[in-house]
Design a protein around this ligand. Structure first.
Ligand code: SF4
Ligand code: SF4
Ligand code: SF4
Length: 142
């Protein structure tokens, strides 16, 4: 697919803020459907995909969970892996494809959790709870 002169979302450099809808509000051609904040918070634009083989919980047997902590809908949960370790588990029914998990994941060059685009944007189930903590990526010592 060519992105020449088309907008696209790059989750390596940022993510779609749960509280924001600036692009919807400012698009001069109304190419983005005028929806309100509550509608936007449950509109799925993609689905998170987990690659366990790249996750540091699996590769280094170390605790992480940054993706789950950064998820505004709790679509990523940490489930028991082994010993004291937990590992991500995705509920696609409440994932909105915001990219918060991909952005915060410390694995390089490719993140262990990435977003696949959806052909049709559609509402998800209501999120389990609201995201409250603002995690700074600089806090991670990887
Ligand atoms: S709604 Fe998301 S994609 Fe649009 S301006 Fe805000 S953060 Fe960026
Ligand atoms: S799993 Fe990732 S893409 Fe889906 S809602 Fe949570 S942070 Fe956003
Ligand atoms: S942020 Fe990345 S490395 Fe950490 S648990 Fe999630 S997928 Fe694994």
């Amino acid at each position: 697919m060519s992105y020449l002169l088309k907008p696209y979302v790059n989750f390596n450099t940022g993510y779609c803020n749960h509280e924001c809808k600036v692009c919807i509000d400012i698009c001069p051609n109304h190419a983005l459907k005028k929806i309100n904040s509550e509608e936007k918070k449950v509109l799925s634009i993609g689905i998170a995909q987990f690659n366990q083989d790249a996750c540091i919980v699996y590769t280094e047997e170390t605790a992480c969970g940054a993706c789950s902590e950064h998820c505004p809908t709790q679509a990523v949960k940490m489930i028991h892996y082994k010993g004291h370790l937990t590992i991500p588990d995705i509920d696609p029914s409440i994932c909105i494809g915001c990219g918060g998990c991909e952005y915060i994941c410390p694995v390089r060059p490719d993140r262990a959790i990435t977003i696949a685009s959806t052909i049709l944007q559609k509402p998800t189930k209501a999120p389990i709870n609201e995201y409250k903590e603002d995690i700074k990526i600089d806090d991670f010592g990887f």
